[in-house]
Design a protein around this ligand. Structure first.
Ligand code: PEP
Length: 251
């Protein structure tokens, strides 16, 4: 059965020293927690020390992006091989900010998903509609396009290892959260879609997180929904005390 996973996405925040300090505090805050995986997506510059800072604790480390190639002439890029070598376990892929500001396509995201799986890293595949999509009644079409695109060519054994993060773009960093009912509706749609793409058993294995202004006040209510298996959390993950409350919302 799928795991609940609460992941923080620190984006372009925190120096190395700040990251290590926050991670140590977070690990202490959630030391007694069982039954939920806790992950922090830290900036590249902090990853090596981040992994060391959480050694022997409940916290795991994610990168926020990677290149699909193993190595080569790709200036400025970081490969799954490099991430695996320092002890990173997860990679956030296809985040709406990367799709929007860096032109990432479904095809490129899919290459990265495959590369991560090939190197034993868990991809967190972000999918989600913009406000204009929702208002035009296109939420399901966009979510289906991102999901099919990200999973293209995966076997069901591979698919079962992917984490999906449903992140309505209109809710990211806006303080505007999807209601638990709105989110559950899309999560159920994703589960049904994954069932049609693979089978019910595989779909039941896949963790589908909600992301979009999840915070200490709304996390428990969102994650109580049947198909909401955790969260991908931006702003509310930056502070170790606040994020510990969000994590406890998954219990
Ligand atoms: C995100 O960027 O993945 C996110 C969900 O951000 P926030 O929680 O700040 O809306």
């Amino acid at each position: 059965m799928r795991r609940k996973i609460v992941a923080g996405n620190w984006k372009m925040n925190k120096t190395n020293a700040e990251a290590v300090e926050t991670l140590k505090k977070l690990a202490a805050n959630i030391a007694d927690i069982k039954g939920v995986s806790v992950v922090i997506g830290a900036p590249f510059t902090t990853l090596s020390d981040a992994v060391k800072a959480v050694e022997g604790t409940n916290v795991e480390i994610a990168a926020q992006n990677c290149n699909p190639k193993d190595s080569g002439a790709y200036t400025g890029e970081i490969s799954p091989v490099m991430l695996k070598a320092i002890g990173v376990n997860y990679v956030i892929l296809g985040h709406s900010e990367r799709r929007e500001y860096y032109g990432e396509t479904n095809e490129f995201v899919n290459e990265k998903v495959k590369a991560c799986l090939a190197h034993g890293l868990t991809p967190i595949l972000c999918v989600g509609e913009k406000l204009e999509d929702r208002e035009a009644g296109n939420t399901e079409a966009v979510v289906e396009d991102h999901t099919r695109g990200g999973f293209a060519g995966l076997t069901k054994e591979e698919a079962a290892k992917v984490v999906v993060a449903y992140e309505p773009v209109w809710a990211i960093g806006t303080g505007k959260t999807a209601t638990p009912e709105q989110a559950q509706e899309v999560h159920a749609f994703i589960r049904k879609l994954l069932t049609s793409m693979y089978d019910a058993e595989t779909a039941a294995e896949i963790t589908v997180q909600y992301g979009g202004s999840m915070n200490a006040a709304n996390a428990a209510e969102l994650m109580a929904k049947e198909d909401i298996d955790g969260g991908l959390v931006g702003g509310a993950s930056l502070d170790a005390d606040t994020f510990a409350i969000v994590v406890k919302g998954a219990l």
